[in-house]
Design a protein around this ligand. Sequence first.
Ligand SMILES: [Fe+2]
Ligand SMILES: [Fe+2]
Length: 366
Amino acid sequence: MLSSRATSSCSAAASKRSAAQVVKAWNGLTQTTCASTFRPGLVYAQQSQWAPGRRDFSTSPQMRMKEFFPKPDAPNIFKTEAAWPHPIYSEEQMRNVTVAHREAKNFSDKVALFACRILRWGLDRVSGYKHADAVKLSKMDPELARKKYAMNEHKYLIRNIFLESVAGVPGMVAGMLRHLASMRRMKRDNGWIETLLEESYNERMHLLTFLKMAEPGWFMRLMVLGAQGVFFNAMFVSYLISPRTCHRFVGYIEEEAVITYSREIKDLEEGRLPMWENMQAPDIAINYWNMPEGHRTMRDLLYYIRADEAKHREVNHTLGNLDQKKDPNPYVSMYKDLSKPHPTKGIDHLKPTGWEREEVIGSPNK
Ligand SMILES: [Fe+2]
Ligand SMILES: [Fe+2]
């Protein structure tokens, strides 16, 4: 009741004021009347921990914030499990993830790398992430560089949410197009579709996890909407033209994701992100990654997410090495020679630059 009354009074105000004034007014209103009443528990608890009495991320009104993932109204259901259970990662495996780059070897790779750099440039502008500038300036004046370019929890969250909302698109587009191609051509897909859809599912779980920490405001939602509209269609057309280039492109994007999360982990471990130091991972993350007791902090979460990105990097570079129409998916195949390591769903034999075709499919004459 209170919520609807408050919302309608704000709507009336909205018709008379500019958007900026309304946002200001909403934020002011919520601080006095609605602060704790309408906030979801987790977001409230975490924001209180970050900066009491102040919103750190969102520009949307607090009174309109709602529990992001309320339990569905289904009295007969106790729990709904993830359709694709996440593979178990060991701490050692996650720590062993490294930054890597696959050299662009041909024209298709170069196109993919160029497209990745354009996307990275756009993302850097949106999230205020200027690593190259920061490194340059820090050589001359480290203190000024820190003041001007240092990333904080707020900036990293914006970057992560935007990055993850885009990252969930390629796997879904590729899976959808292969699904349609299989039906249209009346041919088997050889197991690619599930891996591609699972990848986009995993990326969406990254997004949902970050959304548990902060609610994006209208500007970010608009950016995500625009990016998704453009990116989905660009991927759709590109995948029809050259699926191999698209997988290489995703491989390069995932290289960047590993770099970003490695920097976040480093900043956190070196004390530059104090608000995250004692933060616990949200329940959605604990359940999805099966995070063991005693390893459920924000720091642990970043290790899990970075490992996922490293896996996507490997998968997409590997798929980019294969014959797109004929080769089976190496990640769901069983191998004749069990004495050698093979691709798996986990990160036990992680290959940062992907498996070469000869290693997984074999050369035709052998
Ligand atoms: Fe991700
Ligand atoms: Fe990713």
